[in-house]
Design a protein around this ligand. Structure first.
Ligand SMILES: N[C@@H](CCC(=O)N[C@@H](CS)C(=O)NCC(=O)O)C(=O)O
Length: 221
């Protein structure tokens, strides 16, 4: 059976779980405690040499990097969520890259400097926090524009592009990112978060985050 290694607080890990759920792939989930450094232990490095979560072990085939994982799983299951047509697939890939390299990098800066810094040996960085917020102000109008033109990011149907972007935006509530100006994005997000593949993972990221954090600390904001 597919094994997924990750954490419910990790957006790239949730992205992999959403896609496995969408594809109806049964899996076993192994919690990797990054606060305790599990990702750098020799036994985990055998699964993911990059020392990051998520990773998978698919009957002995091990792979790290969430985008490679979702592309592999969708290709293996020949799902329309990752189109066969090379141009359509390239459009999906471009959105996957945009969500990871721009949107998720920005939301991660905000999350780190509003929450996760408390668990790391690194001081809160106000400049990085502001960068994250300002970058989102540049990036989110582009997502909104696309969703004004098409119901999903790569066209008429849901694809990996949408799931990758949903994961990148999951932290918005707990990071106090106000999305209300982006009305098409808000409606698209609500629709996807009501899908069974999303609900199977959690009610929403904020509910999951607050539940886990309340066990770890009494400093939840
Ligand atoms: N590009 C990677 C990013 C993975 C990543 O940054 N994971 C974080 C948790 S969300 C992690 O493993 N952090 C622990 C560390 O860097 O030691 C992916 O998409 O899989």
């Amino acid at each position: 059976m597919l094994q997924i290694y990750g954490s419910p607080l990790s957006s790239p890990s949730n992205k992999v779980c959403y896609v496995a759920n969408y594809l109806n792939i049964p899996y076993e989930f192994y919690f990797i405690n990054i606060g305790a450094g599990d990702q750098r232990k020799p036994e985990y490095l055998k699964i993911n040499k990059f020392g990051k979560i998520p990773a998978i072990d698919d009957d002995g085939f091990t792979l790290g990097e969430s985008n490679a994982i979702i592309q592999y799983l969708s290709s293996k299951h020949q799902s329309s969520i990752y189109p066969q047509d090379i141009k359509q697939r390239a459009i999906v890939d471009s959105w996957i890259d945009y969500s990871s390299l721009h949107v998720m990098v920005a939301t991660s800066k905000i999350m780190f400097n509003t929450h996760f810094y408390k668990f790391a040996d690194i001081a809160k960085d106000e400049r990085s926090l502001q960068d994250g917020r300002q970058f989102l102000e540049k990036y989110l109008p582009i997502v909104e524009k696309q969703l004004t033109d098409t119901p999903f990011l790569a066209g008429k149907e849901i694809t990996l592009a949408d799931i990758a972007m949903i994961a990148a935006l999951d932290t918005c509530e707990v990071a106090h990112v106000d999305l209300s100006a982006y009305t098409h994005l808000v409606a698209w997000r609500k629709k996807i978060m009501n899908e069974a593949f999303y609900k199977k993972q959690h009610e929403n990221y904020a509910a999951s985050f607050n539940k886990i954090m309340s066990k770890l600390t009494n400093k939840v904001e």
